[in-house]
Design a protein around this ligand. Structure first.
Ligand code: AGP
Length: 611
């Protein structure tokens, strides 16, 4: 996600824009830019944080009382000066900023190139401003009508603001799938991705609705749909303070990011999971897809939560595509002189794309094999750049040190990869493939349903907040989920917790069980349900306390468990994306009740760029 801000009124716009971008930097910070309209349209943009832009604009032509600003979280195109927003039309008379993903930008770009347009960036956004100009060029219509017609050609998500030399007293804004807020001042208007840049100037805001556009002048504004239907504005009064607004009204970034998961999971498969065509398309590795048939083994390397995602990736790729997979800690792989075959594929998973151990593992593998993929969340990160190809998770910036939405987005990518590979190899039938992708599309809503059980999970946290130890058990795909649940609890509440394969308990750890040991069991398995039930009974026989995550409507395991959290049923391969949610919430609420610093836990960093 990116940060958008705009101003029209009688004040000097530049300081307002720059302060607004600082407030929005948590939404994206790999490049930033502003466009100011005085006698001419001036665009100032640069790779780096807002601070770099501040330095860059010193002494430049930034006066004027109408302007737009943008701080970027790259989705298409590396973070560099050319790809930074605002983007200009061919004739440099129109500037546009955008938050979202234009899925059909490549088709639109080809058409525009045939009509003589030239492009300076690799972004989807630049295509939109050229499309607006192209429509204006060919029809005698107003700027806002050209914007409206252009948006009707766009597939995907957008929040945009347009500024043009031809309309020095006008801002045009529109949104679909990405947020945009209008601030109503005295003879001045503000636009922003959320209310944080606005609240210090006015508390009267309009949260724009999807497929709505606004035409804003110094002394008036109008709202309509992109179908040209006039809309009545609903003006609200902001009650939240600035800090609360940055966190979207949540107490911590981690909680905000847990609740973002229905949207971030949808953003990860947006443009990649096509139900109408019944296909999966992974642009980042499309050139390699047909070469995958000669791959005999996959090695997945990662650290921490990403390593847990890798373990789930192992199950998915072996189960669906029937290709053997090895999972390696980056820190172990880099030093143990591993056996690497020339027809291996190495996949590195990393939210930050900067983890030193994972990077070192990649460099080792690259000495022996050509095929090295990256699954990263930060576009243009080191791992994204040093791997031959890759798939971005598009989860948006993850600010909380404890990884949540990045993890579920990693699982989305691994499911997409395993399913597409299985389809190419014919290791699953077309019918089964279509059943899977239909169910895949329901995951965001199923995650949303689990989030509703937050109060029940909070009660559990209240009961167990002072325990010293926890066990997390799971079998099959749920074993890595158990590891992830234990890590979440450890890293933010500082309670010792261990994830274990449920069946392994009898080989030693069951000695730990007594009436003081809470045991969280992820018990959503269908194929080995009875085995998980037996493991639970073994724990109960030793007075252990069972907290079971079960499929909705489960009777048997629920009956023998002390506490039960129900989650919506789904295909087994998708279940970790849902069963991890209650574990994230349990860890979060335990940490809050214990007064821990949830977003910046002690001793930890968001990205471990050292050995
Ligand atoms: C997870 O909650 C932790 N913050 C940590 O284990 C993290 O997953 C690990 O450091 C790997 O980071 P990466 O995904 O950015 O490579």
């Amino acid at each position: 996600m990116c940060g958008i801000v705009a101003y029209i009124g009688d004040k000097d716009a530049c300081p307002i824009l720059m302060k607004g971008l600082q407030r929005l930097e948590y939404r994206g910070y790999d490049s930033a830019g502003i466009a100011m309209l005085n006698n001419d349209l001036h665009v100032f943009k640069i790779a780096g944080k807002v601070k770099s832009l501040e330095t860059f604009i010193q002494g430049k032509e930034t006066h004027g009382n109408i302007g737009i600003g943008h701080t970027r979280w790259a989705t298409h195109g590396e973070p560099n000066n050319e790809n930074a927003h605002p983007h200009l039309s061919e004739n440099k008379n129109i500037a546009l900023i955008h938050n979202g993903i234009i899925e059909n930008y490549d088709v639109l770009k080809m058409e525009l190139k045939k009509r003589g347009h030239t492009f300076n960036s690799d972004t989807d956004t630049e295509v939109l401003v050229h499309l607006i100009e192209d429509i204006l060029r060919n029809e005698n219509i107003s700027l806002d009508e050209a914007v409206r017609l252009a948006l009707n050609k766009v597939v995907g998500a957008y929040a945009i603001v347009v500024l043009a030399k031809s309309e020095p007293d006008m801002l045009i804004a529109a949104r679909k799938g990405s947020p945009l807020v209008i601030g109503l001042g005295e003879g001045e208007y503000f636009l922003a991705s959320d209310a944080t840049p606005i609240v210090e100037y006015t508390r009267n805001v309009i949260y724009m609705n999807d497929e709505n556009m606004a035409i804003i002048k110094r002394d008036s504004f109008s709202l309509k749909t992109i179908e040209n239907k006039v809309q009545t504005p609903y003006i609200q009064e902001l009650e939240m303070n600035l800090e609360a607004l940055e966190k979207g009204g949540f107490e911590h970034f981690m909680l905000k990011e847990i609740h973002e998961q229905p949207n971030s999971v949808r953003d990860t498969f947006r443009g990649r999971l096509n139900l109408e065509k019944g296909e999966i398309r992974l642009g980042g590795i499309q050139d390699y897809i047909n070469k995958l048939s000669h791959i005999k083994r996959v090695v997945i390397t990662a650290c921490g939560t990403s390593w847990h995602a890798a373990l789930i990736g192992e199950y998915l790729i072996e189960e669906l595509a029937r290709i053997p997979v090895e999972v390696e800690y980056g820190s172990e792989f880099r030093y143990r002189n591993p056996v690497i075959y020339e027809d291996d594929l190495l996949i590195a998973i990393s939210q930050s794309g900067e983890t030193a151990d994972t990077l070192a593992a990649i460099e080792l593998a690259k000495q022996k094999i050509p095929a090295v993929f990256g699954i990263c969340n930060v576009v243009g990160s080191t791992i994204a750049r040093v791997t031959n190809a890759g798939i971005y998770t598009h989860a948006g910036p993850e600010i909380g040190v404890a990884s949540t939405k990045a993890f579920t987005s990693q699982l989305v990518v691994l499911n997409l990869l395993a399913l597409q590979w299985a389809k190419i190899k014919g290791t699953i039938t077309n019918t089964r493939f279509h059943e899977y992708i239909q169910e895949f599309s329901t995951i965001p809503d199923k995650i949303k349903e689990v989030l509703k059980s937050q109060d029940k999970i909070k009660e559990l946290a209240e009961i167990f907040k002072n325990r010293k130890n926890f066990l997390y058990l799971g079998r099959g795909l749920n074993f890595p989920v158990a590891l992830e649940g234990a890590l979440k609890l450890k890293e933010i509440s500082y309670i010792h917790a261990e994830g274990y394969p449920a069946a392994e308990m009898k080989h030693g750890p069951i000695a730990l069980i007594d009436k003081n040991m809470p045991v969280v069991v992820i018990a959503t398995n269908k194929t080995i349900y009875d085995k998980v039930l037996s493991n639970i009974q073994e724990v109960k026989a030793r007075k252990g306390i069972i907290i079971a995550i079960v499929n909705k409507g489960d009777k048997v395991i629920s009956e023998v468990s002390d506490y039960v959290i129900e989650i919506p049923e789904t295909e087994e391969i998708f279940s970790p994306m849902i069963s991890v949610i209650p574990l994230q919430l349990l860890a979060y609420h335990m940490a809050v009740l214990r007064g821990c610093n949830v977003d910046q836990p002690r001793n930890l960093a968001k990205s471990v760029t050292v050995e």
